[in-house]
Design a protein around this ligand. Structure first.
Ligand SMILES: Nc1ncnc2c1ncn2[C@@H]1O[C@H](COP(=O)(O)OP(=O)(O)OP(=O)(O)O)[C@@H](O)[C@H]1O
Length: 262
């Protein structure tokens, strides 16, 4: 039986800034179709690793393979074209555009028609736009924000803006979705909602790598967890195993008692 290749394979990745080692020989896989989490205390190197994966940082050495391609050292636009979509810690929506139009903006990357053809209202273009709007409606339903479709995104509370951001990322139909601390600054209720929606995306076949520093957030939702500490991968495996790993408990003093967010 042939094994399915992992969606992401990180091998011996090293990164340093002015001689200070930020990532030290980090290796792990994200299985295709999984919801994987990358966790670690503040300053562990999580964002630096994501910046390597998305082409913003060039690693000193090591290899990044995703979706069967070698992505090591590729520019961010080339990485995005390979189907890897990322959200950021800060909200980056078009505040004046409606929720639906923000999602449509995500679809535009995939649309045949450019703005010029759209402006001329060519029949094929209109048909295509209608089809895109249907996809957007489907995503609005998935994210439970259909009732907000006409509201300017900038007027929404923070937790809902993060939901729209997730929607815009999903609108790009990523093969691998990197979510950089999507629950930072959220209250418990908003975190629970977000966890449910991210799981929903995974259940629709999107491979997800969730970056988080709050261990309780990831333990209830992840298929597999990778733990970074001071640039080293100190644990990798299913959440139950990782949460009891002595190295992880030491890195997160006391947090092994944390209630998982479900
Ligand atoms: N562009 C840069 N120049 C210099 N040092 C950097 C740069 N980017 C990251 N670092 C350093 O790398 C280390 C890891 O930072 P990083 O932001 O990757 O950690 P993190 O795990 O994402 O932390 P947090 O949870 O606080 O976001 C830190 O010591 C940081 O100062």
């Amino acid at each position: 039986m042939s094994e399915v290749a992992p969606a992401l394979r990180v091998q011996d990745l090293c990164l340093s800034f002015a001689g200070v080692k930020t990532l030290q020989s980090v290796s792990f896989d994200v299985p295709t179709g999984a919801l994987a989490s990358l966790i670690g205390p503040n300053g562990a190197g999580k964002t630096s690793l994501v910046n390597c994966l998305t082409g913003y940082y060039r690693p000193d050495s090591g290899r990044i393979e995703a979706l069967g391609r070698n992505l090591t050292g590729l520019r961010p636009d080339r990485v995005a074209r390979a189907g890897i979509v990322r959200t950021y810690q800060n909200v980056g929506l078009f505040g004046g555009l409606s929720v639906a139009d923000n999602l449509l903006a995500g679809r535009h990357l995939r649309m045949r028609s450019g703005l010029l053809a759209g402006g001329l209202s060519l029949p094929w273009c209109t048909r295509e736009e209608l089809a895109e709007r249907e996809v957007v409606e489907d995503l609005l339903a998935l994210l439970e924000i259909g009732h907000l479709r006409t509201v300017p995104a900038g007027r929404l509370p923070y937790g809902l803006q993060k939901r729209v951001e997730l929607g815009r990322a999903l609108a790009m139909e990523p093969a691998l979705l990197l979510l950089d601390e999507p629950m930072a600054g959220m209250n418990l209720g908003e975190k629970r909602d977000m966890v449910r929606l991210i799981r929903g995306a995974r259940d629709r076949g999107v491979t997800v790598l969730l970056i988080e520093h709050d261990m309780s957030v990831v333990m209830g939702v992840s298929d597999v967890v990778a733990v970074l500490d001071f640039g080293h991968l100190i644990a990798y495996g299913p959440p139950d195993q990782v949460s009891h790993d002595p190295a992880v408990v030491a890195a997160y003093l006391g947090v092994d008692d944390a209630e998982p967010v479900r």
